[in-house]
Design a protein around this ligand. Structure first.
Ligand code: ARG
Length: 593
């Protein structure tokens, strides 16, 4: 009996390893070529835990006991040792030995070096994303709705967060093979357009509007709001203008259209600086008509109740006692934010037939989205199960030299100016043709990394000096490491090199780097599970720290040709993964700094 069991364990343990390795290094498991019948496959499910900071892994005796592979009586340690000695070593696992309560498997360093670098060289920007870890994930159409500022109002720090987080989610999903549709849902309808329209007729100026549209619209909006406080006539004019809009009156609509078009054009310029694009600029205005249809559908389904005040509401309480409800219709028959969101969601499902939809806004809108999804489900739209709100916390104290943030452009200008000042002392900057361009990209990386470091749900305090530090876990440090590796590669070699000797990379520093690179797919996997960018940021920070110390301790210059060659291959691999990861975060890697 024992002989049979140990024989099974022998094969299954190897298969466990092979399974583990297969997710890591597909070619390796193929080299192992074990047969897989159902019984062995079942045993393969036994988890093999990996040692942190090392390519090796282990099988605990407890696991073997739990799975009935080791007998519960007798001398456990002796049995473990006997088992370990029976397990076969091969080209992958070069040593197997028993410790206290555990069997250790030591992976061949040579093979590790060779396989990781080979895979990197073959897959390049696809490294990690082709992993078998992603085989089970459904690849379909994902709508990501993000940024979504309000015309004529401030583009506050929350909109910036939504923009970069949404972009990250879209990039991540896209890199894993999804068809991603990026939607910007502008706040382009509502009573404020009554005010803006009335305000523009009083204080607006076409010339200023053409010259500096966002600023002028904002100024008019602020002014008319102030005036409206003590002047009832303005309030009336605003209501009148909005009524004309709702009734699709030509002149009013023309002005509104102009505001919208001009705003979108301006935003497109700024999004470009950020490296962000949208497939669709939709907005609340698009769903006016449909919002009324939604109300009718709610009525038909018996979900709409009319309150004493004449508003239309949907009861969301489980007891049906109105302890929780959502208002979908004003007493004057006009729609609300949530009504337009209901219509927009239904419309998107019809248009794009998405498999999932993700909304990125600050956490204060949590209840809004919860109610939105709940009403959709109640209306019979089971796809609402696959709609998700990704909430984020508040940023405090984001200021520019102009004071509180009003326009996105000012934040980008400030990041660029400050970064340019920090860079101005360096020799490389003096040699640059467009230092502003580099300063802009690095400045934006700093903003992104600072924002992505912690859990998205947390609030944080913004501090320009801290985020722009060259040392420490900043975007500047990431860019700096990437640029240094690029210049090393440019100077001493090219990326397409052929053979190298893996035995020249067996030192602890190189092994730690390769070991870390091997985790990249797991990190992407984790990120796509919870849509938090912190995993990727942490991974890239650690990679940069490992690379910075390797850069110091493993010189290329002055080393024998073969050693230099092998190290360049290593650095080139790090550089590729750094760039891949940064791009997913929404950072454009710079080659010089
Ligand atoms: N425009 C809104 C705001 O600035 C955000 C829109 C969020 N998206 C949505 N589908 N409701 O608060």
């Amino acid at each position: 009996m024992w002989g049979f069991i140990s024989c099974v364990v022998l094969v299954s343990a190897c298969l466990c390893l092979s399974l583990f390795l297969r997710t890591k290094m597909p070619s390796l498991s193929r080299a192992l070529g074990r047969s897989e019948d159902a019984f062995i496959s079942a045993l393969c499910a036994i988890p093999v835990s990996k040692k942190q900071q090392s390519p090796d892994f282990r099988l605990s005796v407890n696991t073997l006991l739990r799975n009935g592979i080791l007998p519960t009586n007798g001398d456990l340690q002796a049995q473990t040792e006997a088992l370990a000695s029976q397990l076969k070593q091969d080209s992958v696992v070069e040593e197997i030995f028993a410790g206290r309560g555990v069997i250790h498997f030591r992976v061949s360093r040579n093979l590790l070096v060779q396989k990781v670098l080979e895979q990197l060289c073959q897959e390049r920007h696809k490294f990690g994303v082709k992993s078998e870890l992603f085989d089970g994930l459904k690849k379909g159409t994902t709508v990501v709705e993000f940024s979504s500022p309000n015309i004529a109002k401030k583009f506050h720090a929350g909109h910036l967060r939504s923009t970069i987080i949404g972009n990250f989610i879209a990039n991540l999903k896209e890199s894993l093979g999804n068809n991603v549709i990026r939607v910007n849902y502008l706040g382009d309808w509502g009573m404020q357009f009554g005010l803006l329209g009335a305000g523009f007729q009083l204080f607006g100026c076409q010339e200023k509007l053409k010259k500096n549209p966002l600023q002028h619209l904002f100024d008019v909006y602020v002014q008319v709001n102030k005036e409206a406080e003590n002047n009832e006539v303005i309030g009336q004019a605003a209501r009148e203008f909005f009524r004309r809009l709702e009734q699709q009156e030509h002149q009013a609509l023309l002005l509104w259209k102009q505001f919208r078009e001009i705003t979108v054009e301006e935003y497109q310029q700024v999004y470009k600086r950020l490296g962000v694009h949208f497939d669709i600029y939709s907005g609340e205005s698009f769903h006016q008509q449909q919002a009324q249809e939604v109300v009718q559908q709610l009525q038909r389904r018996g979900l709409l109740k009319t309150t004493e005040k004449g508003t239309g509401v949907v009861d969301l309480s489980s007891a049906g006692d109105m302890s929780s409800y959502s208002t979908v219709l004003r007493s004057d028959g006009t729609s609300l934010y949530i009504t337009r969101d209901l219509a927009a969601a239904i419309d998107r499902k019809e248009r794009y037939n998405f498999d999932e939809m993700i909304y990125v806004t600050d956490k204060s809108q949590g209840i809004h989205f919860q109610q939105l999804f709940q009403i959709l489900l109640a209306m019979g739209h089971s796809w609402a199960e696959r709609c998700q709100h990704v909430p984020f916390g508040l940023v405090q104290g984001m200021k520019t030299r102009l004071g509180e943030v009003v326009f996105l452009e000012d934040v980008l200008d400030e990041a660029r100016a400050r970064m340019l000042r920090n860079m101005s002392q360096s020799k490389t900057t003096k040699e640059m043709v467009y230092p502003e361009d580099t300063a802009e990209k690095v400045g934006i990386s700093a903003l992104i990394v600072q924002d992505f470091k912690g859990p998205l749900g947390s609030d944080y305090k913004f501090d320009w000096d801290r985020i722009l530090q060259a040392q420490g876990d900043t975007g500047v440090f990431l860019q700096y490491t990437h640029a240094r590796l690029c210049s090393l590669i440019h100077r001493y070699g090219d990326r397409e090199e052929g053979a190298f000797d893996p035995s020249l990379l067996l030192d602890q520093r190189s092994i730690s780097i390769l070991q870390h690179l091997l985790r990249y797919d797991e990190v992407l996997y984790q990120s796509v599970q919870d849509l938090q960018p912190k995993h990727l940021v942490n991974f890239l920070m650690t990679l940069s720290h490992l690379a910075a110390s390797a850069h110091r301790e493993l010189p290329v210059k002055g080393s024998p040709q073969a050693v230099a060659q092998a190290r360049l291959r290593l650095f080139s691999g790090v550089c590729t993964v750094l760039a891949n990861g940064m791009k997913i975060l929404g950072i454009t890697p710079v080659e010089k700094m």
